[in-house]
Design a protein. Structure first.
Length: 94
């Protein structure tokens, strides 16, 4: 069994962060570290790619909201992409 991973890539002046499998406690620290590195590069936008993410825990929701607020404060566009209907619904609900 492998540990959590977060893929990070640059696209069109922005940064795409893609956690694998779940957005749970195991991924939060790793994703937050990648997000901090990304924001330190002053991108035009940050995209959180949730394609393939099957579960989002309460801490994951808090991270998404905090990342969104931090991007807003820094004038960086933020979006979530690739989320399944279940994950999208959960994020919209809370």
């Amino acid at each position: 069994m492998s540990g959590p991973t977060v893929e990070r890539r640059e696209e069109d002046g922005g940064i795409v962060l893609h956690p694998t499998e779940e957005l749970d406690r195991a991924h939060i620290e790793l994703l937050w570290a990648e997000a901090n590195r990304a924001l330190g590069r002053s991108p035009r936008r940050v995209v959180l790619d949730l394609e393939g993410v099957t579960r989002v825990g309460a801490g994951g929701v808090a991270l998404v909201r905090e990342l969104e607020h931090r991007c807003q404060r820094q004038g960086v566009a933020f979006s979530v992409a690739g989320a399944s209907p279940a994950v999208t619904g959960f994020l919209a609900f809370v």
